[in-house]
Design a protein around this ligand. Structure first.
Ligand code: HPA
Length: 280
């Protein structure tokens, strides 16, 4: 078995040969949230199964394509951006190391700012379906960690997680959302293993421990990104009120449908945040 470091380097070398640009900013799009990728110009699309060592997402709603393209900045410069449409999840059976491989590949390619998006359940009426919310902090309830068993190949093992989600990027996202008139909440994301949705008792527990949002991704990627010194912004798209908070039964189809409804709004916000990051 090649080490995780050599696997990440190999995939990064492959991608850098295929695309001539050197993006400093990357976006990972969660379930049903692919619309942003359509905003890129001069786009090169590479399916995950062509990238050596890349895990293939198997969940419906996850395209499994890496897109590289440009956005135009306010000053009419071009901003190269990497976009992963789809991600591997622990609930598909992937290890934490496999789940974060794409993030490590992006870091090896020179990406310094990572923007994560996800579909999430809202844990109170402050986070209704359709609302976007910035992740302020997370609670890792996934029972694993991508740094487990490593020998500091990617960075410090005992990693400080005090400001894992960049306060400056959170401020920027809030400012851009105000500017675009997009309501934007902010809250704590509880990362759970899945694939089942929570029981009402579990949701009552998550509320008590201070979570506002619940989902099955993001926390492993944030840990890996922070280990490599990337700045992280995460935005949840609330697709449903969590179990027990409404009478509706949860289905993956409904989660995908709600995510698709909010995808255009998320795309607009992401573009304006990225342009601001590039112009600053
Ligand atoms: N729970 C966990 N993950 C989710 C949910 C939820 O209610 N909605 C979207 N992803």
């Amino acid at each position: 078995m090649p080490s995780e470091l050599s696997r990440a380097r190999r995939a990064a070398r492959f991608l850098l040969r295929r695309v001539r640009m050197r993006p400093r900013i990357a976006v990972i799009l969660g379930s049903g949230l692919g619309a942003f990728a359509g905003r890129l110009q001069d786009r090169v699309r590479i399916p995950f199964d062509q990238i050596p060592g890349f895990p293939r997402p198997t969940a419906p709603g996850h395209a499994g394509v890496a897109s590289f393209g440009v956005l135009r900045s306010g000053r009419m410069r071009t901003i190269p951006v990497a976009v992963l449409e789809g991600r591997p999840h622990l609930y598909e059976g992937y290890s934490a190391g496999e789940v974060v491989l794409p993030v490590r590949v992006l870091a090896q390619m020179g990406v310094r700012t990572l923007i994560l998006s996800n579909a999430a359940g809202g844990l109170s009426r402050r986070f209704p379906a359709g609302r976007l919310a910035v992740v302020r902090d997370h609670i890792n309830l996934q029972g694993t960690n991508p740094l487990r068993g490593q020998r500091e190949e990617f960075g410090p093992h005992f990693l400080d997680m005090t400001a894992a989600y960049s306060p400056a990027l959170r401020r920027l996202a809030r400012a851009q959302a105000r500017h675009l008139d997009i309501p934007l909440g902010e809250g704590v994301y509880a990362g759970v293993l899945g694939p089942v949705y929570e029981t009402p008792a579990e949701i009552a527990f998550l509320r008590r421990i201070g979570a506002d949002l619940v989902g099955m991704s993001t926390v492993q990627e944030t840990i890996a990104a922070r280990q490599m010194g990337m700045e992280v912004l995460a935005i949840s798209v609330v697709t449903n009120l969590a179990a027990g908070l409404s009478k509706r039964k949860l289905t993956h189809e409904e989660v995908l449908a709600k995510a698709a409804d909010a995808s255009e709004k998320l795309g607009r916000l992401l573009e304006s945040v990225i342009v601001r990051i590039a112009d600053s």
